[in-house]
Write a protein that binds this ligand. Structure first.
Ligand SMILES: C[C@@](CO)(OP(=O)(O)O)[C@H](O)COP(=O)(O)OP(=O)(O)OC[C@H]1O[C@@H](n2ccc(N)nc2=O)[C@H](O)[C@@H]1O
Ligand SMILES: Nc1ncnc2c1ncn2[C@@H]1O[C@H](COP(=O)(O)OP(=O)(O)O)[C@@H](O)[C@H]1O
Length: 308
């Protein structure tokens, strides 16, 4: 079924465990990661064009930091679909951005996932989830997870995802830093910091999977890990103070999100998450504070567009 306009809501991700192996011959790093999708969303509205052009407009919190040319990941996703399936129609994309840019939360990747879902419907392509997953993997290592959401294990370079059982809802607080960090630069810093001969193949810690099954935030707090944290802190040492501040205010755990620089905090419940968010906002240590629960589903079509 095709449509004239489709809006897709797509979540940010965090990595509850991020184990990074030595670089492969193609330059990518093998990962064993446990992703979780959290309720911080970008909305992508796709409107049909008669000609074959693809345009993008971005508004919202972080719009100024997002490219609106052919390097935009949403534009790339639409172009990939056009090329693969000989689509003659085009699309106008409008992104409402609430996920920090270059923040280690897969904002660009999730916009690409949203665009795949939206254009699949808009152009009446009828592609299945595995077909979309295949295209997603070519667009970026995080994109396949953004399609499925919830909690999932990521292997390979992060693009091979399988669902992980998780009980209950976890309450997260995010301290969004001024400026972003380039993902390749953080991987390079990690390689510089670690003697490569001694780097083990990546692995998921069994305690993390057990903690997710228990649904207990206190168990999850001690099972979180991120190999990229040391590299992100090496590039942005001031983030250590933000992490420590959150712990001093009662967070169960504090960690860098993915390649950073967003700092994430696990709260015991929703009330404590609100308290922590207020304290962080007043601390002046970050640009913005957000709260979100997880897990939530991946990119999905909304029944009606969201007014601007
Ligand atoms: C680090 C992670 C953890 O989930 O997330 P972010 O912190 O960026 O959100 C991801 O692996 C980011 O995935 P994504 O942002 O899709 O990366 P890609 O576009 O595939 O790759 C961008 C660049 O990052 C490096 N890269 C990425 C993934 C990987 N497994 N090994 C790498 O070395 C490579 O230099 C690559 O050219
Ligand atoms: N739709 C998009 N949203 C955000 N960033 C985008 C988008 N398209 C391209 N980019 C580029 O991708 C880079 C990484 O962005 P993002 O996916 O938000 O970060 P991260 O890889 O840390 O999760 C940004 O610096 C930006 O230049």
């Amino acid at each position: 079924m095709s449509a004239h306009q489709v809006t897709v809501r797509a979540p940010a991700k965090i990595n509850l465990g991020l184990s990074v192996g030595p670089p492969r011959p193609d330059g990518f790093h093998p990962l064993a990661t446990v992703y979780q999708a959290v309720a911080l969303y970008d909305d992508v509205t796709a409107t049909l064009r008669d000609d074959s052009d693809v345009t993008v407009e971005v508004f919202g919190d972080f719009a100024a930091d997002v490219p609106t040319d052919s390097t935009n990941l949403a534009v790339k996703a639409a172009r990939v679909l056009q090329a693969e399936y000989d689509v003659e129609e085009g699309v106008d994309l409008v992104i409402r951005k609430t996920i920090p840019v270059a923040g280690g939360m897969a904002g660009g990747s999730t916009d690409a996932a949203a665009t795949l879902v939206a254009c699949n419907r808009l152009w009446g392509l009828g592609l299945t989830q595995p077909e979309l997953q295949h295209l997603a993997a070519d667009l970026g290592s995080d994109v396949p997870f953004c399609l499925v959401g919830h909690t999932a294990l990521g292997r390979g370079r992060g693009e091979q995802v399988t669902e992980v059982m998780s009980r209950g809802t976890f309450h997260w607080v995010f301290a969004i830093a001024e400026g972003g960090l380039s993902t390749p630069a953080v991987f390079r810093e990690l390689d510089r910091l670690r003697p490569l001969r001694r780097v083990e193949p990546p692995e998921v810690h069994p305690e993390l999977l057990t903690a997710l099954l228990s649904g207990q935030p206190a168990a999850l707090a001690v099972a979180l890990s991120n190999d990229m944290q040391a590299a992100a802190l090496s590039l942005r040492p001031e983030l250590s103070a933000t992490l420590q501040f959150g712990l001093d205010q009662g967070a169960l755990a504090a960690m860098i999100s993915g390649s950073g620089p967003t700092c994430l905090f696990l709260a015991a419940d929703s009330r404590r998450a609100v308290d922590l968010a207020v304290e962080l906002a007043e601390s002046g240590l970050c640009r913005m504070v957000r709260q979100a629960e997880g897990p939530v589903p991946g990119a999905r079509i909304l029944p009606a567009p969201i007014p601007r």
